[in-house]
Design a protein around this ligand. Structure first.
Ligand code: ZN
Length: 334
């Protein structure tokens, strides 16, 4: 592997047209893929604890100071597999200076050449030592290798190996990571296959427990499951009452009025056929149960927790009707 960094040549310079794609790609080998990243926070207990909870790692040397002190580590350590966590750039990373984003340029060249898809294929980490609370990491990343064009089941493309090096506050290497991605030209659809239908809104999964709900929606009714043992209402539908364990139930028709209990406005990644921005709301019905739906007929920026809403039934396509919520008329007129 060569590690020459061509800092002198302008990466913006137009490439000669006769240069092959493969040759253009190879010029990136050995270059930093992005500027070095310094961790925003030192290795710390709250992040370790959240990570262990999310992963389900109950090893006390990560979270219990007493147990960690009695272990061979003689104090808390971070899970080695958190190596990549500390230098994550966050949701709003500092934009790189011109020429610093070599990986971005490489990806752009492949995009323009028709290799528009990307998938991560391998990740290998090596750990030099355990990280401890207070360690402050920096990460550098290099474009280590780019393969010849390979045929894969996904399509033809190029494997790109990135090599990340993590160092601590003393500049000592604490770990490395090899990340391999395939940047590929998606397989063409067979010419005989019909053109792909436009994406449709996902279908609800209808089963014996919730069929009444969706059949009600089809009739323009919002039904709530009611335990006939203790008369409590519950949603989403399920076979057994969580209060009295009765398996007997009937339904009650909701008046369709409620309030926005909570909501989110998804932005990324955009998923067809949804249009953005839109509001995913948790609606608390007057009857007391809550359901997830959309808040429509309002600028998403105007949605507020607690605002009164009422149900409406939207025909999405010839198979799907959805209950959605819009501001109650009285509320809109005020
Ligand atoms: Zn009950």
């Amino acid at each position: 592997m060569t590690a020459q960094v061509e800092t002198g040549s302008s990466p913006q310079a137009p490439e000669p047209e006769e240069e092959s794609l493969a040759a253009r790609l190879q010029r990136f080998v050995g270059r930093p893929s992005r500027p070095p990243v310094s961790a925003a926070d030192p290795v710390n207990q709250p992040m370790v604890r959240h990570w262990c909870e999310a992963i389900g790692d109950g090893n006390p040397v990560y979270t219990d100071p007493q147990a960690a002190g009695a272990s061979r580590h003689r104090g808390l350590v971070a899970p080695p597999t958190m190596l990549q966590v500390w230098n994550m750039p966050g949701l709003r990373p500092v934009p790189p200076l011109p020429g610093e984003d070599q990986l971005g340029e490489l990806i752009g060249i492949l995009d323009q050449a028709g290799y528009t898809a990307i998938v991560a294929t391998n990740c290998e980490q090596e750990y030099a030592r355990y990280l401890r609370p207070g360690d402050l990491l920096s990460a550098t990343s290099m474009i280590e290798a780019i393969s010849e064009e390979k045929r894969t089941a996904l399509g033809s493309g190029y494997f790109i190996n990135l090599h990340e090096t993590y160092t601590d506050q003393r500049g000592e290497v604490v770990g490395t990571m090899m990340l391999r991605v395939l940047k590929f030209r998606p397989n063409e659809r067979a010419e005989s296959s019909p053109p792909a239908a436009p994406p449709r809104r996902p279908r609800p999964v209808v089963n014996d427990d919730n069929r009444f709900f969706w059949e009600g929606v089809g009739r323009g009714e919002l039904l709530i499951q009611r335990c006939t043992g203790c008369a409590r209402l519950r949603h989403p539908p399920r076979p057994m009452c969580p209060h009295c364990r009765s398996l007997e139930w009937d339904t009650r028709r909701s008046g369709g009025r409620g309030t926005v209990y909570s909501y989110v406005i998804p932005h990324h990644p955009p998923v067809p056929p949804f249009t953005y921005p839109h509001v995913v709301g948790l609606i608390e019905l007057v009857e007391g149960t809550r359901l997830v739906s959309n808040v429509i007929d309002i600028d998403p920026a105007e949605v507020r927790i607690g605002m009164p809403v009422e149900v409406c039934f939207i025909t999405v396509d010839d198979e799907l009707v959805l209950p959605q919520f819009r501001p109650t008329v009285g509320n809109r007129e005020r």
